[in-house]
Design a protein around this ligand. Sequence first.
Ligand SMILES: [Zn+2]
Length: 182
Amino acid sequence: MVKVFHEGDLIIYQNGDRFEIGKIKRLTDDGAFVWYSSGETAAKTSFSDMHPLKNAHVITETSLGGMDGKKRKILVHGAMVYGCQDCGSRWMMYLEKGLEEEGDPNRKPVPFGIMCPYCKGFHAFDISGYLKIPEKGYVELPKDASCFENLPDRDCGKPLISPYMKRLEDDEIPSARIFKDR
Ligand SMILES: [Zn+2]
């Protein structure tokens, strides 16, 4: 069996007849640095002692790696403004790599309507269409921003709402200073 590992994956570490759960911080040629505790120190572990955890996606949060381990690096290429028909709130939803991406034959869609994080109603819709980030290629998800995540076991983007995201005012939608239309 070919074992495939990615940074951020949860794994099982086998040491004789003992097993531990860990989270991959960084891959190297012959193994990975893995967090086994809530501290930020990762231990070098060889691939032969590591096993992928098939249902790792059911564990949505761990304290492995402390604050360092919480961050999954999300690369985005664009965004959409979502607006709530019930309470009028508007906010940016960034798009992770592989979602709604022009020219990518394997691209996945994002839901047109989602739950409004402000009033919890189900009438928040895309009101801007696709907005491309001006930088070439991909950038890291801005701090405190919300996005659609591209998860391997989903065929559609999953909303990841940041409690610290900014509600947009009228003059910020969509901001031509940050975004330009495709
Ligand atoms: Zn609302």
